[in-house]
Design a protein around this ligand. Structure first.
Ligand SMILES: CC(C)[C@H](C(=O)O)[C@@H](O)C(=O)O
Ligand code: SF4
Length: 469
């Protein structure tokens, strides 16, 4: 009998082209490039007189630094330089680029799946930690450093240590009104920011496979916040249907069906073993809100910030509460916010925007809110959302409707939260200073961000939708 295998083992084995001890040289099927982590890599090629080995497997976009308000107004000199450099490098090395005016432009982890570049079974790298997002498709997506970006550009391979595998098993069903973001925040809150260290995580269980691709991307995206090397979900019919008809998948029906059959065969076999298994019950998950400065500092919206005596006077908790300007034991619902950010590679796809718009529709921003922005993950998302009239729903409520990019997810462009500002954010990181010096970030789902926008403080969105009274 053939030994049952996980999707991780199946993809891994197909891509190891050379081994030295514990180190494996992996062939890379797709290399995504952005302006921040590529300049030195291209410079390295230039100095060594090398070419990009597979320009056909390399795609670049501008996302981190692009202005989302007025496209042509790049105020920051470093941002401008990085974008100009990417433009020149792509031209010189023959790499296709979606620059900030290109219809395919968007956050690198949004456009890969959107264009059908991301496919099951592929090894995908990018000089960006959230490359794990692509794992939603049953692909192995790794974030790599700039020197590795150079290595992949030159050789289309990368060195990786042999991974350990972890089964993050989600039992039970998510209750109505609970999102993939809540589930992932609850997973990190339960198992900690280090549970994935050294592992490639596969998310399994019915609740995971019931999620649409957007929700799966939200889950896999945040694997990195738990220290995982990658996170993925076995491909299934939902994966196949999402990809059907996209630009880079086989176009003829017969060819697509053949590819789809191969993709489905990659799913983890019944009885396959993992190095480690963790279990969470989806039915216990409530809407989540982070109160601290890492994603595990998170509680249900009905909860409170920790009491110091309950956490042994943990200095990290104390410091986080201080930075966040919160009291110990403070009810989450009493926390008032003044900024709202709906966007980032975690939650900026059309479905995310639709879900937020549903909450906002016909309402107005609360007077506590100084600024609320909606930043579509890509130009394509923006166009689709506008076609559906979502932009108008947000604008009527008092939100700003922006152009696509990473925006206020990180303080690398003009969209920063001011010092002392408190933001309900749909992004993935709440580190000190992440959204700007002294800015305070609370990670939530798009629905919860929308609810906070209307009420000026955190509130269980299920109260607004009639799921809870
Ligand atoms: C700028 C880039 C290297 C960085 C990353 O790797 O994740 C960014 O995308 C982030 O989210 O902090
Ligand atoms: S949206 Fe945020 S997390 Fe995603 S790639 Fe951009 S900066 Fe990184």
């Amino acid at each position: 009998m053939v030994k049952p295998k996980t999707v991780i083992e199946k993809i891994w084995e197909k891509h190891v082209v050379h081994k030295e001890g514990d180190q494996n040289l992996l062939y890379i099927d797709l290399h995504l490039v952005h302006e921040v982590t590529s300049p030195q890599a291209f410079e390295g090629l230039r100095l060594n007189n090398r070419k990009v080995r597979r320009t056909d497997l390399t795609f670049a976009t501008m996302d981190h630094n692009v202005p989302t308000y007025k496209r042509h107004e790049v105020r920051d000199a470093t941002s401008k330089k990085q974008m100009d450099t990417l433009q020149q490098n792509c031209q010189e090395f023959g790499v296709s680029l979606a620059d900030m005016y290109h219809p395919d432009q968007g956050i690198v982890h949004v456009i890969g799946p959107e264009l059908g570049l991301t496919q099951p079974g592929k090894t995908i790298v990018c000089g960006d930690s959230h490359t794990s997002t692509h794992g939603a498709f049953g692909a192995l997506g790794f974030g790599i450093g700039t020197s590795e970006v150079e290595h992949v550009l030159a050789t289309q391979t990368v060195w990786q240590g042999t991974p350990k595998t972890l089964n993050l098993k989600v039992v039970g069903d998510l209750r109505p009104g609970i999102t993939a973001k809540d589930l992932m925040l609850a997973i990190i809150a339960k198992f900690g920011v280090g549970f994935g260290t050294g592992y490639i995580v596969e998310y399994t269980g019915k609740a995971i496979h019931d999620l649409p691709m957007e929700g799966r991307m939200t889950i896999c995206n945040m694997s990195i916040e738990a220290g995982a090397r990658a996170g993925l979900i076995s491909p299934d019919e939902t994966t196949v249907e999402f990809l059907r008809g996209r630009r880079h998948v086989p176009q003829k029906t017969a060819d697509f069906e053949k590819a789809a059959a191969e993709w489905l065969s990659l799913a983890t076999d019944e009885g396959a073993e993992y190095d480690e298994t963790l279990v969470i019950n989806a039915a216990e998950v409530e809407p989540q809100v982070t109160w601290g400065t890492n994603p595990a500092m998170c509680v249900p919206v009905s909860g409170c910030t920790p009491r110091l005596e309950d956490v042994n006077y943990d200095p990290n908790v104390k410091r986080a509460l201080e930075y966040m300007g919160l009291e110990e034991g403070q009810p989450i619902e009493s926390i008032e916010v003044d900024h709202i950010f709906i966007g980032s590679c975690t939650n900026s796809r059309v479905r995310d925007l639709r879900n937020a718009a549903e909450i906002v529709k016909g309402k107005k921003l609360h007077s506590n809110i100084k600024k609320a922005i909606v930043v579509p993950g890509s130009f394509t998302v923006k166009m689709q959302a506008e076609k559906e009239g979502l932009d108008q729903i947000f604008i009527d409520a008092g939100f700003e409707w922006r152009n696509s990019g990473c925006s206020a997810c990180l303080g690398m462009n003009d969209d920063v939260i001011p010092s002392g500002g408190r933001c309900a954010s749909t992004s993935n990181r709440n580190f000190e200073g992440r959204q700007g010096n002294g800015a305070r970030t609370h990670l939530v789902s798009p629905e919860m961000a929308a609810a906070a926008a209307i009420h000026g403080h955190f509130i269980d969105v299920r109260q607004l939708t009639g799921i809870l009274n």
